[in-house]
Design a protein around this ligand. Structure first.
Ligand code: AMP
Length: 327
């Protein structure tokens, strides 16, 4: 069976971007592939050097993963820092990763711009740690959002380069995978760009009804269409993208027709959107509370996940050592 691996950084709660960009694909894949998921707590140090309460953040993300519907019996979940084998692979890959190519990665450039006082080596080598996370499992498929395409390209490059340097056919090139064929970019509510934790424009799965309503009602719009069937400018297209994700087709078509015939009232659209987002989040929110209150269960899930990930990783590291020439 093909192997799937995917991770998420515990730097905040899960938002709709994470869900529709990545987590939804995981859930749909877990019964058809050999899946493992992890919480990338080491990766979070690249942007959060002194993380506030990292244990709590990891616990929260774990509860949220479970609340979304990942079944740890079929798809183990582990915490990155529990499986230290990956560090050795990270080190080997770093030896064959070049400064120029790492500096050209868009997400590195963006983050370096955002945190100019902390352009650390971990940030630069984010793609090698990500590649190590993936290659350690010899994963075939990695469900990620569109924003991760370049890091996936790097993972493939490092796999190919390893094989070439050591003259082996060892690592396969992992492919980005989107269960519904195309990568999703979930927009934010501030008019432009993607939804993200650090963008301050996210709707979280754990947000309560009033918060969701407030966030949606504040979403950026414009003065309304001025021509029949006109193309939607980004802020409006973004609202429709969200509608497409959480509402029924009838609802989407209803507002789309109203936009096209210029009778749309954005207030009504937003009210409906807020209601549909809430209907989507409410059951997840309830399960988040249940899982969060069950420390024993969360601990068991993480321990079991770490054991399974370590068993696989240990084998890979042993083989990699042999290939490079260490005993
Ligand atoms: P992050 O929150 O940046 O650690 O991302 C975790 C996962 O969620 C990655 O697979 C991302 O590609 C995905 N993701 C985050 N934000 C979005 C978004 N706005 N649209 C689509 N996917 C996203």
């Amino acid at each position: 069976m093909e192997r799937v691996i995917s991770g998420i950084r515990p730097t905040g709660n899960l938002h709709l971007g994470n869900y529709f960009g990545a987590v939804k694909s995981f859930i749909e894949m877990q019964h058809q592939y050999e899946c493992m998921f992890f919480i990338a707590d080491w990766h979070s140090l690249t942007t959060h050097p002194t993380p506030e309460n990292i244990r709590q953040s990891v616990k929260t993300i774990l509860a949220e993963y479970l609340a979304c519907g990942i079944d740890p019996e079929v798809a183990p979940i582990y915490i990155q820092s529990d499986v230290k084998d990956v560090l050795e692979l990270y080190l080997y890959l770093n030896m064959n990763a070049y400064l120029g190519e790492l500096e050209r990665v868009t997400s590195f450039k963006e983050k370096a711009r955002k945190q100019p006082d902390n352009v650390n080596a971990g940030l630069l080598t984010y793609p090698t740690l990500m590649a190590a996370d993936i290659l350690m499992h010899k994963a075939d498929k990695v469900p990620v959002g569109k924003d991760q395409e370049q890091n996936m390209e790097m993972a493939r490059l490092f796999a190919r380069r390893f094989n070439r340097i050591y003259n082996v056919e060892y690592f396969k090139e992992p492919e980005s995978f989107h269960f519904n064929k195309t990568a999703v970019k979930v927009p934010g509510l501030n008019g432009t760009g993607k939804m993200g934790k650090s963008e301050g424009n996210a709707i979280y799965l754990c947000d309560d009804e009033a918060t969701i309503r407030k966030k949606v009602m504040r979403a950026v719009t414009d003065a309304g269409p001025t021509m029949l069937n006109q193309e939607k400018p980004e802020p409006i297209a973004n609202l429709f993208s969200l509608l497409e994700l959480v509402s029924t087709k009838e609802t989407y078509d209803y507002f789309n027709d109203q936009y096209n015939n210029m009778s749309i009232r954005y207030g009504d659209l937003k009210k409906q959107l807020a209601e549909d987002i809430n209907a989507f989040c409410a059951p997840i929110r309830e399960r988040i509370l249940q899982f969060s209150a069950d420390d024993d269960y969360l601990r068991r899930v993480a321990t079991d996940g770490a054991e399974k990930a370590h068993a696989r990783a240990e084998k890979t590291i042993k083989e990699v050592r042999q290939i490079i020439g260490f005993k």
